[in-house]
Design a binder for this molecule. Structure first.
Ligand code: HEC
Length: 126
């Protein structure tokens, strides 16, 4: 489903001006996340240049974005609330990854973060 269609159908009450659900901000954020996740995967899964500081910075960026998106969904229908909660889960998973300092510990946290992306896409991005 196109983001424009998805967010148009949510019956959202947007808290704060300037959020265009239907166009670039959400999409641009998703594209940033794709790059961030690729960097995380390279370090955590493929063990190429693992650096806990860089890892935490990438994960914190995802968390921050997800927190902002979830904060902007106020009210709305059940679907809106489901999406809000998925963004909250994503933020929590990214925080958990950011807190890991060793690659062994980071790996399952990375997988969990990744699955939060995939499960929302399975539900809404078909
Ligand atoms: C709460 C739901 C949700 C979560 C969580 C989510 N996405 Fe998405 N994402 C979507 C939807 C819906 C689309 C479909 C966009 C469209 O086709 O208009 C999408 C599209 C995308 C796209 C394609 C954007 C484009 O260029 O059109 C990328 C890349 C992406 N997501 C990456 C991610 C990554 C990486 C994560 C995890 C860090 C993530 N997403 C988490 C809902 C989500």
């Amino acid at each position: 489903m196109r983001l424009a269609v998805l967010f148009a159908g949510l019956g959202l009450t947007i808290a704060g001006a300037g959020l265009a659900w239907a166009n670039t901000p959400v999409k641009a954020t998703m594209r940033d996340w794709k790059v961030d996740l690729a960097g995380l995967e390279r370090m955590v899964v493929f063990n190429q240049g693992f650096d806990p500081v860089e890892m935490a910075a990438l994960a914190a960026r995802v968390s921050n974005d997800a927190g902002k998106l979830s904060a902007r969904i106020a009210g709305g229908n059940a679907k809106a609330q489901d999406i809000k909660s998925r963004f909250q889960t994503l933020a929590a998973d990214a925080d958990a990854l950011a807190a890991a300092t060793k690659r062994d510990a980071a790996r399952p946290k990375y997988e969990q973060l990744r699955s939060a992306c995939v499960s929302c896409h399975d539900a809404y991005a078909q």
